[in-house]
Ligand binder design. Structure first.
Ligand code: ADP
Ligand code: MG
Length: 238
């Protein structure tokens, strides 16, 4: 159970306000894509959900529990970083189990969870390899594996595919979606790429300069853009 509710969420860096009161209700199991131009506040919003950035105003709830002041590690969320954030000197299995080891999870339990995640992600043949011997797509799957072994209730992605080539990006979109369909973990996925948003989202949140311009399914946003900004942004070539 992990719905996410943002109510009048605000953020200032010093005296500079960058998020001006955002309201979004995310259902349990939903795949939400936050989209908007560079600098509009997507990463800031995601990092507040993750607990990596303090919240200046408003209420944030995860699974019905107000979490404004709850430390990141107690939030049952996993941030999936880009594939280059893997530890280069650790094997795939060690990369996937690393956060559990830090938490003091028993070795057998770690092995069990890593095996199970590797099966889900078709990474079983690569568990003893170092990341540099993997393809870009396999590395991205290891990055997701690190989130899965933690049994997180929410996945947060911040432009995870932006350092991959175009062909791989399309393949990884499909993989991430397929994984979501199987695991049904509530997901907030940030991108500045409107094609990615249109093809992946259950619902899209279009942001501009720290506010939400529109929330809707890809079809609703495509058929009935609420503002000329949304119409222009969604219509732009990627
Ligand atoms: P996006 O992810 O949509 O590109 P960000 O959330 O990174 O946008 O940034 C939103 C705004 O906040 C930008 O104007 C950016 O310059 C500013 N900003 C982001 N992080 C910081 C920070 N740590 N200190 C000061 N300003 C920041
Ligand atoms: Mg960003």
């Amino acid at each position: 159970m992990a719905s996410i509710a943002l109510h009048n969420i605000r953020k200032s860096y010093g005296n500079l306000p960058v998020i001006h009161g955002v309201d979004v209700d995310i259902q349990d199991g939903e795949f939400i894509v936050l989209v908007g131009p560079s600098g509009c506040g997507k990463s800031t919003l995601l990092r507040m959900i993750a607990g990596l950035e303090t919240i200046s105003g408003g209420r944030l709830s995860i699974g019905g529990r107000m979490v404004n002041d709850l430390p990141s590690k107690e939030r049952d969320i996993a941030m999936v970083f880009q594939s280059y954030a893997l530890y280069p000197h650790l094997t795939v299995a060690e990369n996937m189990g690393f956060s559990l080891k830090l938490r003091g999870t028993a070795k057998d339990e770690i092995g069990h969870r890593v095996q199970s995640a590797a099966k889900t992600l078709a990474l079983e043949p690569y568990l003893d390899r170092l990341p540099r011997l993997l393809s870009g797509g396999q590395r991205q799957r290891v990055a997701m594996g690190r989130a899965i072994v933690r049994d997180a209730k929410v996945f947060l992605f911040d432009e995870p595919l932006s350092n991959l080539d175009a062909k791989l990006r399309v393949a990884m979109r499909a993989e991430i979606k397929e994984l979501h369909q199987r695991l049904k973990i509530t997901t907030v996925y940030v991108t500045h790429d409107q094609t990615e948003a249109m093809t992946m989202a259950d619902r899209i949140v279009v942001m501009r300069d720290g506010i939400v311009e529109q929330i809707g399914t890809p079809l609703e946003i495509y058929d009935r853009p609420a503002t000329t900004f949304v119409a222009g942004f969604i219509g732009m070539p990627a």
